[in-house]
Design a protein around this ligand. Sequence first.
Ligand SMILES: NC(=O)c1ccc[n+]([C@@H]2O[C@H](COP(=O)([O-])OP(=O)(O)OC[C@H]3O[C@@H](n4cnc5c(N)ncnc54)[C@H](OP(=O)(O)O)[C@@H]3O)[C@@H](O)[C@H]2O)c1
Length: 295
Amino acid sequence: MAKHIINKSPVLIVGANGTIGHSLVTAFKTAEKTVCLTTHHRGLVNGHRLFLDLSEDISTWSLPSAQISTAILCAAVTSQEKCRLEPEYSRRVNVVGTIALAKRLVDSGVFVIFFSTNLVFDGKKPFTKANDPVNPQNNYGRQKAEAEAELLKLGNKVSVVRFSKVFSPDMPLSQGWIRDLKAGKEIHPFSDMVMSPIPLAFAVDVLLKVVGKRISGITQVSAEKDISYAEAAMRIARRLGLNEELIKPISYHKSGIEFAPLHTTLDVSRLQSELGMILPDVYETVTECSNIRLN
Ligand SMILES: NC(=O)c1ccc[n+]([C@@H]2O[C@H](COP(=O)([O-])OP(=O)(O)OC[C@H]3O[C@@H](n4cnc5c(N)ncnc54)[C@H](OP(=O)(O)O)[C@@H]3O)[C@@H](O)[C@H]2O)c1
């Protein structure tokens, strides 16, 4: 990993406690890169971790170090349900605060990396191209689409990385499936909701390359195909030798979820040609969690 990081000036990681933020911190520390971190939990603030709440006015917030060359914006309200139920709060964080922070950073000469999602598209077709028109179908997607459009106006100091599903071995969803199957309980994964998952370690590797090469514009990251959540659960059960008959797929419509795209794959030609990334096997990605030991 360290080989992608040439510049040694500190990197600012905004939202360092989240899934991707936390893994990035570990990766940068392994590469002996100095990191400045932010959190919106006052109780976690210390000498290395500054307070920053994107739902608040950030006009008095100042950069922790003039040497910072890159900022990675991992902070967001990431729950689609929360974005639906709390549209004003989530928009303050995902759009207003994010844009305000990015502008301040770019004005200070900092290269800004912003994470977006396949949900800026409607998912009616697979392998959506980076410059296809956006057509978000829920608040989370709309907020991300609005933020990325404003950020891209800031020029070549901004990189937008659109992820499909980042799959980490200790995800509550897959670990819950495993726990229930081991306990002989039925599970009900969605048969009509799909994902094109990429491993968390792969996502981190992509980001290290984006930082190292200072790639601006839009980079898309997804797997080579979609699989349903039910299929993922089946693969995990099979890998672990668990009873597949306990898997009773249901429709996501029964769960109250407002929207799920038919396709989540993105066109990843830039990822392959400019960053030289080779997509991991989608089944390996979802069964990686079987290597985790449950307590
Ligand atoms: N994971 C995926 O599959 C996926 C897919 C597509 C896009 N993305 C995008 O990638 C980014 C990171 O995702 P993730 O999965 O790592 O998310 P996550 O685990 O939910 O972490 C998001 C982090 O945002 C920070 N945050 C939340 N509210 C905040 C506020 N009001 N002010 C400041 N910080 C706030 C929190 O960090 P602190 O606790 O440190 O404050 C939180 O841990 C997000 O922008 C997400 O939309 C993720």
